[in-house]
Write a protein that binds this ligand. Structure first.
Ligand code: CP
Length: 333
């Protein structure tokens, strides 16, 4: 493959290649120089049509650690304010010799449309989806997988380490591209993935399913041979969980009738230390960031190094994005 747009079609071999490559780049990042000449002469363009802190900065740093040249674009300060289209913007970066385009947009499908245009033009440009609307955020899914796998076995992170683990994904599933990518990667590993959210914050198909099952533990077989469970209460998802991934309440994507009372939401679905007593004793908590402190997770838990992997996720992001850029740059994925 020469684009990464989604994790839906990732194979176990591809996951393991990314995990092993990221582990080797973690070793590079632990050295004093932190840099390799692998992508010298290549150009990585970060085309961000929607706001970002972590993803944009870590793709930029990852590209620089691989000795690539980087171009950073933000729609608000670009010629799009004068009416230039997305495709014309992408073609402008192509004309400057871009090899890899990292694209974030608030509409699902924009990275895919640009990838199709590049293929139609017959150019060897790779497109990496850095988050498109409510669709997917594959590099976040891969860095979450890497964070969990390296915690279990730092010397040999691989997909199979998650087999039989219970992972709860809690919160605003409806708007979460992170959840969609993580559902693909975590269920591919053989883990049991339990979603927990109020029905109004679940995709319609999932919400209808849970309502029909009267809120019981509900197994859904939308993806064959994978273990995905959906709950509209928090407790069954947390019970004996090994990992809890909590998601940001995406207020900016909600119409007024969807936005819950933040106090009530925190009481029912917010992750706190006392609620973790339902989980396995060494449970760890993840959050893709940015965080609404005191809403989806208590401020105290977010900063508690005994439970929180949130800073490790950010750190892992650089090695995982180096792996993706390297594998695309050398066409090995
Ligand atoms: N997790 C994530 O995508 O964060 P940013 O929006 O800051 O990039």
């Amino acid at each position: 493959r020469h684009h990464v747009l989604s994790l839906a079609d990732f194979t176990a071999a591809e996951y393991n290649t990314v995990l092993q490559t990221a582990a080797s780049f973690e070793e590079v990042l632990s050295r004093r120089t932190k840099k390799v000449p692998t992508l010298q002469g290549q150009v990585v363009a970060n085309l961000f049509f929607e706001a970002s802190t972590r993803t944009r900065s870590s793709f930029e740093l990852a590209a620089k650690r691989l000795s690539a040249d980087t171009l950073n674009f933000a729609a608000s300060t670009s010629s799009m304010t004068k009416g230039e289209t997305i495709l014309d913007t992408a073609k402008t970066y192509l004309a400057m010799g871009t090899d890899i385009m990292v694209i974030r947009h608030r509409e699902a499908g924009v990275p895919d449309a640009i990838a199709q245009e590049m293929d139609r033009l017959g150019v060897r440009v790779s497109v990496l989806n850095a988050g498109d609307g409510q669709h997917e955020h594959p590099s976040q899914g891969l860095l979450d997988l890497f964070t969990i796998c390296t915690l279990i076995d730092p010397s040999n992170p691989q997909l199979e380490l998650l087999k039989g683990k219970k992972i709860a994904i809690v919160g605003d599933i409806l708007h979460s591209r992170v959840a969609r990518s993580n559902i693909w990667s975590l269920t591919a590993s053989g883990a049991q993935v339990h979603l927990a959210a109020p029905p109004t914050l679940l995709p319609k198909l999932f919400a209808e399913y849970v309502l029909e099952e009267a809120g019981d533990l509900s197994s859904i077989s939308l993806i064959s041979n994978r273990q995905l469970f959906i709950h509209w209460q928090l407790e069954p998802a947390l019970q004996d969980a090994d990992f809890v991934m909590t998601l940001r309440l995406q207020k900016e994507r909600m119409t007024a009738h969807l936005l819950p009372s933040l106090r009530e939401y925190h009481q029912l679905f917010g992750i706190t230390r006392p609620k973790l007593q339902l989980c396995r004793p060494n449970v760890k908590v993840l959050h893709p960031g940015p965080v609404n402190r005191g809403v989806e997770i208590s401020s105290e838990l977010m900063d508690d190094p005994e439970f929180s992997l949130i800073q490790s996720q950010v750190t892992s992001g650089v090695a995982v994005r180096m792996a993706l850029l390297y594998l695309l740059g050398s066409s090995k994925v």
